[in-house]
Ligand binder design. Structure first.
Ligand code: PRT
Ligand code: MG
Length: 211
């Protein structure tokens, strides 16, 4: 049995065409059923539904043989995974955003300490360290947009796709940190033990990637 870990929502939706290209269709709609394990048209392949941030944990510890996770999630998770493929799905960017009345460029230029709230503390620490900017990082788990509005922080590091969440909260994107897409991650032991079927699956995914 091959177990693929996916999260509900955009990663699940964007993975369906890749699965289809590998000749696999899921037998249930996760938005309708409450099942966490979903069978597929391939009796030896099943999908497990986990939180997006839990995908690397499942794959690393063998709860799943492979999974799809955003680069943002992988950067926070750290090593222990085989990361063979950029699937080019669930795309967005990781950016710095502030209130419109905060002069980010001046703060950076003057070498001021900036208070930055984010869920992505690893990626943010690395980014500001490389730039030589002094930051106090404040770890949050959601609703980052609120931090600059309440005075908790000067800036946030968050994911942006259309920009409408920032606009709705009167925040401006002041610097892009990196482009984000989702990756196929594989458990290294599975790759040894189930080499043939996993290779076939990974190859099928690879040939279905849209540029
Ligand atoms: O939502 P939940 O708490 O269950 O988990 P999650 O947020 O980790 O999962 P999900 O499904 O929302 O995101 C899964 C992956 O999709 C992320 O790890 C990213 O790699 C990728 N992705 C792509 C995004 C976005 N686009 C995105 N726009 N993840 C989150 N967002 C959020 C962003 O954080 C912000 O709140 O959408 C908002 C901004 O969107 P715009 O369009 O208003 O700019
Ligand atoms: Mg979300």
């Amino acid at each position: 049995m091959i177990t693929l870990a996916l999260s509900k929502g955009r990663i699940f939706d964007d993975s369906l065409p890749l699965l289809k290209a590998a000749g696999i269709e899921v037998l249930e709609d996760p938005e309708k059923s409450r099942k966490l394990i979903i069978g597929t048209t391939r009796p030896d392949v099943r999908v497990v539904l986990v939180r997006a941030t839990d995908v690397p944990t499942y794959v690393e510890h063998g709860g799943a043989d492979l999974g799809v996770a955003g680069l943002d999630v992988l950067l926070e998770h750290g090593g222990g995974l085989y990361r063979p493929l950029d699937l080019n799905i669930a795309k967005c960017r990781m950016s710095v955003a502030t209130r419109a009345d905060f002069d980010y460029a001046a703060a950076v230029k003057q070498g001021s300490r900036i208070r930055v709230a984010t869920k992505y503390t690893h990626a943010a620490r690395e980014f500001f360290a490389t730039k030589g900017v002094h930051v106090d990082l404040i770890k949050l788990y959601g609703s980052m947009e609120l931090a600059p509005l309440t005075g908790l922080a000067d800036a946030i590091v968050d994911l942006v796709s259309t920009g409408s969440t920032l606009r709705a909260n009167h925040l401006v994107e002041v610097e892009k940190i990196m482009d984000i897409s989702s990756r196929l991650v594989v458990n290294p032991a599975s790759l040894k033990l189930k080499r043939e079927p996993l290779r076939a699956l990974i190859d099928a995914f690879e040939s279905a990637i849209q540029p």
